[in-house]
Design a binder for this molecule. Structure first.
Ligand code: GLC
Length: 746
């Protein structure tokens, strides 16, 4: 009994659920077996208890022996009920026994009146004095009681088992194996837009020209009003800032440039108070060379932490151990004079790679996750996830030019990364990170912790493997970089339609989609495309199925700043000498208003990167005042997205794709009212061309079940009245325009 009831105990329920999450619901039949085992035990216990009850009742009419037979330790309602009922039963037994005794002989009465004495000296004699009739009656009585007790307990056990199954099923959508569009219920990470904050660049609160945590806290209301509910912070941990925070020297503290842990706690409180979530950037592949682990590791060849990083002897010519290249230019091997070996670094030489073949490394990084989860973070973006392992044999990579290793490959981009990228075994590491998030310490059925991975790979299927599967989940989703990777010329209706279909067709219903338009490593969308097409692109982003990610400033259409070579600080440009590789332009300060330094910091302060010259016009204050600004459009899109089930859920149907136009339907049928008649169906039409499309007709293309007149709820230009009737068999689409049209079933 207690085993089944234990399932209702939080810890056991969690354990069971964890197992269900891990091993899949195939474990559910175990519950049936458990129930049977318990039923058997219960039956035995009842029999024993009944025997005790009978003898005790004979002797002690008002004392319940059943309490001892069915032990209770967990205070659940069911248990309390069972216990009370059993006690009742025992009381009935006692009364029955008493009645039987009372209606029988004087000796029986004597036995009741003088019961201590009776118990101690005469029990056998009294039993032998009972008449055959009363013995038979008693035994009949007993078996009736036993049958009743048996069925009663069976019902309770069965009820408890069913409740457990129901509980497990109810909990299963939040069991993190489930990434699907689960009918009515979507998780927070499915519903919300992710807004990426580059902490150096959002808001400076102390006039040092660098953004900080207090600055971010002061802009939380802005983000909430924008319609943002999930904020992802690029790294704000202690760092020498060679790669601006992606080189971490202490994973469990805030860099003084950004503030301190108290500022962090205030930021997370400010977000949570407003119903918002915080994601941190988890950088597991490499540390800073100033991290204490590396200091130890590089102190001698025999240091216990030596193996925490990847050390190799020089090649026979004294050069690097093999031809592996760094993403940021040059060999991926750095010679260490003191210990006379090379260490490996995928990125800058100040970012030595950790050795995940050493289990202590993984354990230490899992502790990093726990540290921040205990501080209340809601999830992580996992940096450079596919770089975690390298070939154990350190084999040379081949050149993409002719597949040979004899041709010198001097650039990361011209090599096949067969031995340094997505190596066998890396998914197991990702899974172990996920297990920390799903572990009982952090499990919360209504608010699961979330994980998204960063992986740019030539093959989409390699990226999609990061979803894991139901029994071994990895990321809730890997970032979808298909849109961010497109050239301006690719932004045609047809191509975008293909790209959208590429992700959606390659994923199953359980693999929640997502879309990324910008980030700190890529040119801003308004620079990649154009200011006007950036509006159309954001319209697309916020009306596609799945979680959208917006990079700070893109809601106002910020373009890349002009950063001269002298002002350039990005190591990927400095190390290669190639300014075109610089990521500084997309990291310039947020443009809040038209005051000097754009409201990012006080006038006269030297900002870490120059404020883009466009700030006088492209800024938040100006756009709040303009009814048709990009910012107003973004807010409207975010607001309508959050309130319309059709835009929240994942259905998508391609209606029309030409060079200029893309049209798709977003349809949602309520699964709760069962009627299937919920009028929550939209059509999105986007014109990516710089010319208008005249007399567009969509009625012949998949809109058969709808009336030929739709109602425009929102247009990219914000020039169209809400609810403007649109004749779907002949309408004009101005250049760059986009419509969100409400459809009415015919
Ligand atoms: C990721 C980050 C990038 C960083 C690199 C090394 O790709 O997005 O900014 O430089 O990892 O950590």
């Amino acid at each position: 009994m207690s085993e089944v009831l234990d399932l209702l105990n939080e810890e056991s329920r969690q354990r069971y659920l964890d197992r269900a999450c891990k091993d899949g619901y195939a474990v559910l039949p175990d519950l049936e077996a458990l129930k049977n085992r318990v039923r058997e035990k219960e039956r035995k216990a009842i029999m024993d208890g009944q025997r005790e009850e009978v003898s005790a009742a004979d002797a002690e009419p008002n004392h319940s022996a059943a309490n001892g037979a069915i032990s209770t330790s967990v205070g659940t309602g069911i248990e309390r009920n069972t216990s009370d009922k059993t006690r009742l039963l025992a009381d009935e037994d006692s009364e029955d026994s008493g009645r039987t005794s009372g209606s029988d002989t004087d000796d029986d009465n004597l036995a009741v009146d003088d019961d201590d004495d009776y118990r101690s000296t005469h029990s056998k004699a009294v039993v032998s004095m009972r008449s055959k009739r009363s013995m038979a009656a008693e035994s009949q009585q007993m078996s009736r009681q036993m049958r009743f007790a048996y069925w009663f307990c069976f019902a309770v056990v069965f009820g408890a088992g069913v409740s457990c199954i129901v509980l497990l099923i109810l909990a299963s959508p939040t069991c993190n194996t489930n990434n699907s569009d689960n009918g009515e219920q979507l998780a927070w990470w499915q519903r919300n837009i992710i807004y990426q904050v580059y902490p150096r660049s959002l808001q400076d609160s102390n006039n040092d020209g660098i953004g900080d945590l207090r600055g971010i806290s002061s802009r939380v209301d802005y983000l909430r009003d924008l319609g943002i509910r999930t904020v992802w912070l690029s790294p704000m941990f202690e760092s020498p800032m060679v790669d601006f925070g992606y080189d971490i020297s202490n994973y469990t503290n805030v860099d003084p440039i950004f503030g301190n842990l108290t500022d962090f706690d205030e930021l997370i409180r400010a977000l949570h108070d407003r119903g918002m979530q915080l994601l941190l950037d988890f950088v597991p592949n490499h540390t800073s060379d100033k991290h204490a682990w590396f200091t130890e590791s590089s102190s001698s060849g025999s240091n216990p932490k030596r193996d925490w990083y990847i050390w190799q002897d020089a090649a026979s010519d004294g050069g690097p151990p093999n031809n592996w290249q760094s993403l940021f230019g040059g060999s991926a091997w750095q010679y260490d004079n003191r210990t006379q070996q090379y260490y490996f670094h995928q990125f800058t030489k100040e970012q030595p790679d950790l050795n995940y073949r050493n289990p202590h490394v993984r354990a230490a990084m899992e502790d990093v996750l726990r540290f921040w989860l205990r501080r209340g973070v809601d999830g992580f973006r996992v940096d450079a996830i596919a770089f975690l392992l390298e070939d154990a044999e350190f084999r040379n990579e081949t050149c993409t030019l002719n597949g040979s290793v004899s041709v010198a490959c001097h650039e990361w981009n011209t090599m096949n990364h067969s031995y340094t990228f997505a190596q066998p075994g890396f998914h197991a590491i990702v899974r172990s990170f996920r297990e920390v998030l799903d572990s009982s310490e952090f499990f919360n059925a209504t608010h699961p912790k979330f994980m998204v991975g960063e992986m740019y790979a030539p093959e989409l299927e390699d990226v999609l493997e990061l979803y894991g599967n139901a029994s071994s989940p990895e990321c809730h989703f890997p970032f979808n970089f298909l849109l961010i990777g497109l050239q301006a010329s690719d932004w045609t209706g047809r191509k975008i339609g293909n790209v959208v279909g590429q992700w959606l067709n390659a994923t199953s219903k359980d693999q929640w989609p997502n879309w990324v338009l910008g980030n700190h490593d890529n040119k801003r969308v308004a620079s990649r495309l154009s200011a006007s097409l950036a509006r159309t692109a954001n319209f697309l982003l916020l009306t596609l199925p799945g979680t959208p990610t917006t990079y700070y400033g893109e809601e106002i259409g910020m373009i890349d700043g002009n950063v001269t070579w002298n002002e350039t600080v990005d190591p990927s440009a400095l190390n290669t000498g190639d300014i075109s590789l610089s990521r500084d332009p997309e990291r310039t300060p947020m443009q809040w208003d038209n005051s000097s330094n754009s409201g990012f910091t006080s006038a006269g302060v030297d900002t870490w990167l120059p404020v883009a010259s466009t700030y006088t016009e492209v800024n938040v204050a100006a756009q709040l005042a303009q009814p048709r600004s990009m910012l107003q459009l973004y807010k409207r899109l975010a607001q309508i997205r959050s309130s319309e089930p059709a835009l929240q859920h994942s259905s998508y149907r391609l209606i029309h794709a030409t060079d200029a136009l893309l049209a798709y339907a977003r349809e949602y049928t309520s699964t709760t009212d069962g009627s299937g008649s919920t009028n929550n169906q939209y059509l999105v039409v986007l014109n990516f061309a710089s010319t208008a499309s005249k007399a567009v007709s969509l009625t012949g293309s998949g809109l058969a079940g709808y009336q030929s007149t739709g109602h425009v709820q929102l247009s990219a230009s914000l020039s169209t009245n809400v609810s403007l009737a649109l004749n779907l068999s002949a309408f004009d689409m101005p250049a760059g325009e986009a419509y969100l049209v409400k459809l009415t079933p015919s």
